[in-house]
Ligand binder design. Structure first.
Ligand code: SF4
Length: 164
């Protein structure tokens, strides 16, 4: 069983109420092999919501209390991001998930790169809050760019900047 970013399953859970549907991931969900979770919704944030970025580090630093998650209006949403990460971990552990396929560059789901905290579109190496927590508990985290089947991306999918 895998955990997947819910926006990959076609759920309109992004900050801008769009999705990032991928055919391969939708198939995994349909076949009962993957559970879609949106950590930001699970943490209590509404949809649509303000885009947020990690300021002062990455998800590892947020877990360690050294960085915060701030939205583009200056609101501190760190607690919601942490709550969402914990709930995603709880789901993963409940279903015995060994792997998560999460959306790259999201402050929750990014596994290699995230936005750099300046709201300028810049990116930096780092992980999102949920990706960091899952990895700390032994769950492999990959992205749509590092998962095995890259032929799966649906033409015309509703994509765009991933900021949650
Ligand atoms: Fe939710 Fe954003 Fe992760 Fe998609 S990338 S599942 S919208 S937190």
């Amino acid at each position: 069983m895998k955990i997947v970013s819910a926006c990959f399953a076609g759920i309109h859970c992004r900050y801008d109420q769009r999705h990032n549907a991928l055919a391969e991931i939708r198939r995994l969900v349909r076949e009962g092999k993957a559970i879609p979770v949106c950590p930001e919704q699970a943490g209590g944030l509404p949809t649509p919501r303000n885009p947020a970025e990690i300021v002062g580090g990455d998800g590892e630093d947020v877990l360690d209390g050294k960085a915060r998650v701030i939205d583009n209006q200056g609101n501190d949403v760190t607690e919601q991001f942490l709550a969402g990460a914990r709930k995603t971990l709880a789901v993963a552990q409940a279903v015995g998930a060994k792997q998560a396929i999460l959306k790259e560059r999201s402050p929750s789901c990014g596994s290699c790169m995230i936005y750099d905290g300046t709201f300028s579109g810049g990116k930096k190496p780092g992980v999102g809050v949920t990706a960091a927590l899952l990895r700390r508990h032994g769950i492999e985290v990959v992205s749509e760019e590092t998962m095995e089947d890259r032929s799966a991306q649906e033409p015309g999918k509703d994509d765009g900047p991933a900021k949650g």
